[in-house]
Design a protein around this ligand. Structure first.
Ligand SMILES: Nc1nc2c(ncn2[C@@H]2O[C@H](COP(=O)(O)OP(=O)(O)OP(=O)(O)O)[C@@H](O)[C@H]2O)c(=O)[nH]1
Ligand SMILES: [Mg+2]
Length: 437
């Protein structure tokens, strides 16, 4: 089955978008096993084309081969590989992208047969991440994941020339032409680990400070391009980076948000998930994982207008169950209702009071969402009277930040607050809570 990319671009609406500079021409190859339904294969290929497009490659041909099991040496059959090689020559392709992960041996063999650079799904995602990383931590973790990926794929022994021409699968650590040997790579990996540990230590201290302020935290989690950053912006007036490409956000970003009652919370935007997320990357994106694990509530954001929304929600739930230390209260947010089929939104929300339909673009549903959050975060709150020495002004600030102050007055050297506060703050403020109130 071969087909041209153009009709699919149009179908996905990509034709209207700003294209990134296309620097490379690619063919896309997929092995379909008996368990893979035609629809799954089609959706996965559509996603691969978007990934390629995001990375700056134009897919000119797609090949799907159905087999009962993968060929150990070349994944697809040899005959098919020769056909792909021929088309690569005809179309002057720079690379072949495989919609599955290749073993180092398969990658090397295919490269010899096809005569072009061979890139698998993990490499493609790593390449996009390398282009997108902005913070030191983000850059370091992508480089670490790339080197870990590269190490077993170096060909030969001793001093190696990392195969690179500055394109897909070679950005990041491969930006300069490097003569490398495995020992050099291993040393760099160790170094990156140490640096990442240092960055993480200081992030922990920052988070601890934030934790002391006792504001509840909410994490926006979801499939890439679901609209998490748009939602953060709509809810908090932030100006987080939004783009109609995959993996626009790599680094968590936290902003304050005021609930209708006046209570302040912190909302954190996180890196998007994708099906078959490379395992090294899940581990590498520790900042995101930590944020999600620290959150009091998770908002699982889904693009209700996407044809594969059900699968996206399943993928996110699977990744969440893998990375969460313990289950968390989760609200499902069906976004982009301004362009979604009303029937599909109804179906997705149906009968679930923990789902809510919104549009980050028009603002529809955001107020009910904040009310729902308020209820979700409030159940263990109770009303207390606090007697705080005037010298402890910081304590008063913490109550304002993390609780709801109902009344404030001064008595002698004390500030007396009537407030509603959650269990965390009740624990921390036990010394100031007046008995019986
Ligand atoms: N029509 C419509 N488009 C939306 C809505 N919310 C987000 N978008 C668009 O969807 C695209 C992706 O939005 P982002 O906010 O970057 O999505 P994200 O989930 O943060 O994506 P990643 O950071 O890549 O994981 C952008 O083009 C947004 O303008 C919405 O409610 N309606
Ligand atoms: Mg984002």
């Amino acid at each position: 089955m071969n087909f041209r990319i153009d009709s699919n671009h149009r179908k996905n609406g990509l034709i209207e978008l700003d294209r990134p500079p296309i620097t490379e021409t690619a063919v896309l190859v997929r092995l379909a096993l008996p368990a893979d339904s035609a629809q799954e294969v089609e959706e996965s290929l559509a996603e691969m084309r978007r990934l390629a497009w995001t990375a700056g490659a134009n897919v000119v041909e797609t090949f799907v081969q159905r087999r009962t099991k993968p060929c150990p040496a070349t994944l697809i059959g040899l005959g098919k590989a020769s056909h792909v090689a021929e088309v690569c020559r005809e179309t002057d392709a720079d690379l072949a992208i495989f919609d599955s992960d290749l073993t180092p041996a398969q990658g090397a063999k295919l490269q010899d047969i096809l005569g072009v650079k061979v890139v698998d799904r993990t490499q493609l995602i790593l390449d996009i991440f390398a282009q997108r990383a902005r913070t030191n931590e983000g850059k370091h973790q992508v480089e670490l994941a790339q080197l870990q990926y590269t190490l077993p794929r170096l060909r030969g022994r001793g001093i190696e020339m990392m195969q690179q021409t500055g394109g897909i699968g070679t950005r990041g650590p491969g930006e300069q032409k490097l003569e490398v040997d495995r020992r050099v790579i291993r040393r760099r990996i160790d170094r990156l680990r140490v640096e990442l540990d240092n960055i993480r230590r200081s992030r922990r201290i920052q988070r601890k400070r934030r934790g002391e302020s006792a504001a509840a935290t909410v994490a926006l989690v979801g499939y890439t391009n679901a609209g998490k950053s748009s939602l953060l912006n709509a809810l908090t007036g932030a100006d987080a980076f939004v783009e109609n490409k995959l993996f626009a956000t790599l680094d968590p970003c936290s902003r304050r948000c005021t609930l209708p009652s006046g209570r302040e919370i912190v909302i954190t935007d996180t890196v998007g998930f994708i099906r078959k997320l490379p395992h090294d990357l899940v581990a590498a994106f520790r900042a995101t994982l930590e944020e999600i694990n620290e959150a009091n509530v998770i908002l699982l954001v889904a693009d209700a207008a996407h044809p594969a929304v059900d699968e996206h929600i399943n993928v996110v739930n699977d990744v969440l169950s893998e990375i969460l230390d313990e289950p968390k209260p989760t609200l499902k947010i069906l976004n982009k209702t301004d362009i979604a089929e009303p029937g599909s939104v109804l179906r997705l929300c149906n009968g679930r009071d923990r789902s809510i339909a919104v549009s980050a673009r028009t603002g529809a549903g955001l107020e009910p969402l904040l009310n729902l959050l308020e209820r979700e975060l409030a159940p263990n709150w109770s009303r207390v009277r606090l007697r705080i020495p005037q010298s402890a002004a910081g304590v008063v600030a913490q109550i304002y930040e993390g609780g709801r102050v109902l009344n404030r007055r001064y008595e002698d050297q004390e500030i007396v607050l009537d407030a509603e506060i959650g269990p965390d703050l009740q624990g921390k403020m036990a010394a100031y809570i007046a008995p019986g109130k």
